[in-house]
Design a protein around this ligand. Structure first.
Ligand SMILES: Cc1ncc(COP(=O)(O)O)c(C=O)c1O
Length: 381
C-alpha cells in the first residue's frame, strides 16, 4: 500500500481502485463502485471523460510543457472560453495548479491592490491548506498545529449580516466566502448575506471574493454558483473540476484589480499546456451538455427523497444542486463504510455530515440506487 511510504497513512483502508469511467470505479477484482463523491468535487465530468482524454493525448504529443512566458494557443483558447462564460467585468485570469494556490493568489491580489491588510472570512469556511488559505480556513484542527498563521484574518458567523457588516472597515482588503460551504458541512449562503457582503465591501473600498473551488462548473445548478444570487464578486476562485480532473486553479478578477495590483506573483506550472487543453475540453462538455441543469434536476430529486429520512437519524438535509449534506445525529464514518460495502463511495463533511457530490454525468439509475442505499443504511422513516 502507498500508505506505508506516504507521509500520511489513509484514515482508513478503502478499496484499491484501479480504473474509472464516468461515475464508476473498479477495484482490481473487477468490483464496481458508484462514485457519489467525485473525488472531492474534481470529477464533475466523471473519471476519464473521453473528450478530456483525447485533448490530453493530443496536447501531450504536440507540446507537453512550455514556460508561462510564451504565448500558448491552448492557454489563450482556454482563457477565452472561460472568460466568455463570465460577466464582462471578470476578465483577468491567473492560472495555478490547485484550489489553495488560487486562494493564495486572490489574497495577494486583494492585499496588493488595496494596500490593506485585513481579510474577513466565515466560520466553518474552508479555503485550503497553504498559509494564506489556511488562515482563512476556520477549523481549529487544521489551523492550530501550524500557528502562528498569517496575521490580519478574522472570521464572522456564516449568514450573519450584522457581524459581517461590522467586521468590514477601511482596513479590509478582502471578504472571502464560499456561496455554499462544502467542507464545513454544506451550508448555503442566504441571499441577504451575499448581498450585504457586496454592499459593505463596495462601500468600504474592499474586494469581495467568492471561493467556488467546490461550487463551480455546474455543481450547484448554475455554471457558477454566484449566478444564483445575482451578486457579482471582484475575485472568483475556481479549481477542482475546472480541467476535467487535471490539476488546475484559476483566480479570475477585474481589470481594475489588475491595474491596482503592485508586486509580482507567478507559478511555474500554472497555465501549462495539459491543464489548458483539458480545461477547454471540460468546459466544452459542460456547456454542450448543460450539465448545471442536470445538477439542478437530480439535486432537487435527491433532496426531496432524502427529506423523508427519519428525523431521529437525520437532523437536516441541506444543499444546492448536486452538493448535498445530510446532517446525521451521530458520527458519519460507520455510514460511509456501510455504503462502501454496498458499492457506493460518498464523503464526509466534518464529523456528522454525509456529503453527496456525485459527478454531474452520473447515470440516473446509479444515482437512484445510491439514494436507495443511503435510505437503507440510514433507515427509512
Ligand atoms: C472551497 C474550497 N476552497 C479551496 C479548497 C482547496 O483546494 P485544493 O485542495 O485544490 O488546494 C477546497 C478543497 O476542498 C475547497 O473545497
Amino acid at each position: 500500500m502507498s500508505g506505508d511510504l506516504s507521509f500520511f497513512r489513509p484514515a482508513r483502508t478503502g478499496p484499491v481502485l484501479v480504473r474509472g469511467h464516468g461515475a464508476s470505479f473498479w477495484d482490481a477484482a473487477g468490483r464496481r463502485y458508484v462514485d457519489l463523491g467525485a473525488s472531492h468535487g474534481v470529477g464533475n465530468l466523471g473519471c476519464s471523460h473521453p473528450d478530456v482524454v483525447r485533448a490530453l493525448q493530443q496536447q501531450a504529443a504536440e507540446l507537453l510543457y512550455l514556460g508561462s512566458g510564451y504565448d500558448l494557443p491552448a492557454r489563450t483558447q482556454f482563457l477565452e472560453r472561460l472568460v466568455g462564460q463570465l460577466p464582462p467585468s471578470l476578465n483577468r485570469v491567473f492560472l495555478s495548479n490547485s484550489g489553495t494556490e488560487a486562494v493564495e493568489a486572490a489574497i495577494k491580489f486583494a492585499r496588493a491592490a488595496t494596500g490593506r491588510p485585513k481579510v474577513v472570512a466565515a466560520m466553518r469556511g474552508f479555503h485550503g491548506r497553504t498559509y494564506g488559505a489556511l488562515s482563512a480556513t476556520w477549523r481549529k484542527e487544521f489551523r492550530e498545529p501550524f500557528e502562528p498563521l498569517v496575521p490580519g484574518f478574522v472570521h464572522v458567523p456564516f449568514n450573519d449580516v450584522a457581524a459581517l457588516t461590522a467586521a468590514v472597515d477601511e482596513t479590509t482588503a478582502l471578504v472571502l466566502l464560499e456561496p455554499v460551504q462544502g467542507e464545513g458541512g454544506v451550508h448555503v449562503a442566504t441571499p441577504e448575506f451575499l448581498a450585504a457582503a457586496r454592499a459593505r465591501t463596495s462601500a468600504a473600498g474592499a474586494l469581495l471574493g467568492f471561493d467556488e473551488v467546490q461550487t463551480g462548473m455546474g455543481r450547484t445548478g448554475r455554471l457558477f454558483a454566484f449566478e444564483r444570487w445575482g451578486v457579482l464578486p471582484d475575485l472568483l476562485i475556481l479549481a477542482k473540476s475546472l480541467a476535467g480532473g487535471m490539476p488546475i486553479g484559476a483566480t479570475v478578477t477585474t481589470e481594475e484589480v489588475r491595474t491596482r495590483f503592485r508586486g509580482s506573483h507567478h507559478s511555474t506550472f500554472g497555465g501549462n499546456p495539459l491543464a489548458c487543453a483539458a480545461g477547454i475540453a471540460a468546459l466544452d462538455v459542460t456547456i454542450r451538455e448543460r450539465l448545471w441543469e442536470r445538477a439542478e434536476r437530480l439535486g432537487e430529486y435527491a433532496m426531496d427523497r432524502l427529506r423523508h429520512l427519519p428525523p431521529e437519524r437525520v437532523r437536516e438535509v441541506r444543499g444546492l444542486g448536486l452538493l448535498i449534506g445530510l446532517e446525521l445525529r451521530e458520527r458519519v464514518t460507520p455510514y460511509l463504510v456501510r455504503l462502501e460495502e454496498r458499492g457506493f463511495l460518498a464523503l464526509p463533511a466534518g464529523a456528522t455530515v454525509l456529503r453527496l457530490l456525485p459527478p454531474l454525468v452520473i447515470d440516473e439509475d446509479d444515482f437512484r440506487a445510491g439514494l436507495e442505499a443511503i435510505e437503507e443504511v440510514v433507515g427509512r422513516g
